[in-house]
Design a protein around this ligand. Structure first.
Ligand SMILES: [Zn+2]
Length: 286
């Protein structure tokens, strides 16, 4: 993991740095729907960011298109007396959906891929299931027609970086570039589509990564059921793992790119209708 450091200029919107006391009357307008503020000293180690230390320092008021963030920091004397590090708040990845009994979600990472994405789309269409595709920028550049097909079929598109690195190992400028190039690649194909979610490759979340996402109005998308389909454990093994772990709120991780995903598609043809017949219904993260 790269050396943690303050966000400095890497966070351009939606975040107020709290290495200095925040003026109580400060008003920052941001374009995001997610209010996040990240307060972090420049020398804080990421391992020290624990839940008990996370403190939401600011209140927020939102409209649908523009947010007004009103800073209301604790008194300067209170924070100044704290030994380092100061409290920090970052959003946690969303690992489950909350849409009622037996509501679950399925996600596909690392595509789009010409050998596997069409098969996944075919199975989803057959069963009228909507899914989320976490797409890699370099693959979007190569296969824009597949991204359009995903979108036209009514599925949700989420970011998954430009080139699929472990973002925890990058410095803030590199993280920003990975996210922004990913979004730009999607926007070139779907100019009016608004990406709301982003999944870090390898689930590589860190305070810096989470802060960079929230600064762009992106919500971090995790998962709760991982059949490890990318390791090609066998179609039956994928089916068994998904069905045995599927429960209300599950977000299933699958892959339609990044390698040979024939087993993923074959397994989907089995476990998806079984899940439906067991009463599960698929929703998009919201
Ligand atoms: Zn991935």
């Amino acid at each position: 993991m790269g050396r943690p450091r303050g966000f400095g200029g890497a966070i351009r919107a939606g975040v107020i740095m709290c290495s200095e006391p925040v003026n109580s009357a400060r008003l920052v307008r941001v374009r995001t729907e997610v209010i996040t503020n990240v307060c972090q000293t420049h020398d804080m180690d990421t391992t020290s960011v624990t839940s008990s230390r996370r403190t939401l320092l600011m209140g927020a008021a939102a409209t649908t298109t523009t947010l007004a963030l009103f800073a209301a920091a604790p008194s300067a004397s209170a924070t100044d007396k704290q030994p380092s590090p100061r409290p920090a708040f970052v959003p946690e990845p969303v690992r489950t959906v909350d849409a009622g009994p037996q509501r679950v979600a399925v996600t596909f990472d690392d595509g789009p891929h010409p050998d596997h994405t069409p098969g996944v789309l075919r199975v989803l269409r057959r069963h009228r299931v909507r899914a989320t595709f976490c797409v890699v920028g370099t693959e979007v550049e190569k296969h824009p027609q597949l991204l359009r097909a995903i979108h036209d079929a009514g599925h949700m598109i989420a970011g998954h970086s430009w080139s699929h690195p472990d973002l925890r190992r990058l410095d803030p400028d590199e993280v920003a570039e990975e996210v922004d190039r990913n979004l730009a690649a999607i926007a070139r194909v779907l100019p009016r589509y608004r990406v709301e979610w982003f999944r870090a490759p390898y689930g590589g979340w860190s305070p810096e990564v989470l802060g960079a996402l929230s600064a762009r109005g992106l919500r971090p998308l995790g998962w709760s059921v991982d059949p490890v389909d990318w390791s090609r454990p066998g179609t039956d093994a994928i089916v068994e793992r998904v069905l045995s772990e599927l429960t209300t709120g599950s977000i299933v991780l699958n892959h339609d790119g990044g390698g040979d995903r024939d087993q993923t598609v074959a397994a989907l043809e089995v476990w998806l209708p079984e899940a439906l017949s067991d009463g599960f219904r698929f929703v998009l993260p919201a």
